[in-house]
Write a protein that binds this ligand. Structure first.
Ligand code: IPE
Ligand code: MG
Length: 224
């Protein structure tokens, strides 16, 4: 979710207005993903690097997050969506952590879709934590054990990664999990990103040939 600040600045508004509009886009896209039968939707809401932003902007983001957790409760329950936080949510203000934990517990058994909120998330930090826990357990390390030690344990790998706002980089997001993800980059700023944009990204994903290292002919079943 990138481009909130630019969206606001282009209109002469405070960046916080962009974040507020961005929160509306979150509602739209969560609803659309659920309608489309997406199993897991992960939103990169706040990175470990975002702590470097001005205190005021961080405070506004935390307020918005609080409002989101309060307002989306009924929607998540009604639509059978399980909430999960990835990252280091313990870094967040206590009041936010409490709300987050309560909502995660209340939605834990919802099976239609999982909504991962990446909060104080950094993929490198997640990997370090995973390797450290494996080191303590001992024994040989393999890919399955690493996957089970990540915060996305039990979830499928990322199929499609969409980045809004025109940048073409991963910015420390799900580096392991997105190893074979199809990447879609769009100029659209996050507050403008709507259901049509989301559908278009899904359509583009549908047109990609995913070979996982094999040849096109192998994937077609023409050759073994
Ligand atoms: C939202 O967009 C990302 C968050 C950290 C919430 P930005 O705040 O990065 O917007 P730009 O990139 O400055 O436009
Ligand atoms: Mg940005």
């Amino acid at each position: 979710m990138d481009g909130n600040g630019r969206w606001a600045e282009a209109r002469g508004f405070d960046r916080s207005t962009g974040h507020r509009e961005g929160a509306k886009a979150v509602r739209t896209i969560v609803t659309r993903a659920r309608e489309k039968g997406v199993q897991v939707l992960t939103l990169y809401a706040f990175s470990t690097e975002n702590w470097r932003r001005p205190k005021r902007e961080i405070g506004q983001l935390m307020t918005l997050l609080t409002e989101f957790l309060l307002s989306e409760r009924t929607t998540l329950l009604k639509n059978q969506i399980a909430l999960r936080a990835i990252g280091r949510p313990a870094d967040l203000p206590k009041s936010v952590t409490r709300l987050l934990n309560a909502l995660m517990a209340d939605t834990a058994n919802n099976a239609a879709m999982t909504l991962n909120l990446a909060l104080s998330y950094g993929s490198k930090a997640e990997l370090v934590d995973a390797f450290e826990s494996l080191r303590k357990q001992g024994g040989p390390i393999d890919e399955n054990r690493i996957e089970d030690a990540l915060q996305t344990r039990g979830q499928p790998p990322v199929d499609l990664l969409i980045r809004t706002g025109g940048e073409q980089r991963l910015s420390n997001f799900l580096l392991w999990q997105a190893a074979y993800a199809e990447l879609v980059f769009t100029q659209t700023l996050w507050p403008d990103f709507n259901s049509d944009h989301f559908d278009a990204a899904l359509d583009e994903y549908g047109c990609r040939e995913r070979r996982f290292g094999k040849t096109g002919a192998q994937m077609q079943g023409a050759t073994p």
